[in-house]
Write a protein that binds this ligand. Sequence first.
Ligand code: IMP
Length: 198
Amino acid sequence: MKIIIATQNPHKVEEIKEIAKLFNITGVEFSPIDKSLNFNPIENGTTFEENSIIKAKEANKLTKEYTLADDSGLCTEGLNGAPGIHSARYADSPQKRIDKLLANLKDSKNRKAKFVCAMTLISPKGEILFKSIGECKGEISYTQSGTHGFGYDPIFIVENTQKTMADMTEEEKNRLSHRSLALQKVFNYIQQEMNLPK
Ligand code: IMP
């Protein structure tokens, strides 16, 4: 079974492949959407779920294949959910986004936060087959730590660990990340409903 991942970011596809390997998922071939296609979804949803549906539908319109899209971001309690769906555009560079978040949270005693990932799987005919949400809870640190990962990883301390996501190896992160949790639900659906080998 072939599933087109609704992204032109090869890193995202690699991460999904790694997670599939970690959980022994076989029989699914994940591919990025072809670069030659004009994949330019307008992500104007108001939730992660809505944006993942928009991306998956757009990819399906262009490919007429099974498509899977994710939309993710970081939500902080102290800032009423910000940066949320605006995580990627919160500031102009990854470092500026971290600096802005730490500055905005400066006076807040409430450092609680969560990474959220919404995924949507669409059939070749364009029907929504399955939606899932994965959440990884933690808190925002006062200083950066770690060199792995990307985005807000260096300031996100994972619940029940003393580590930021950037302190974790790729495999450690892939076992507990919001993307992994959302994806595991998609894998369960595929295995149970689409008769894939377990
Ligand atoms: P998107 O789902 O590709 O639109 O990503 C949204 C943004 O959320 C990313 O650009 C990152 O800033 C942030 N983000 C999502 N997942 C992660 C993660 O696993 N680690 C760190 N930042 C993340």
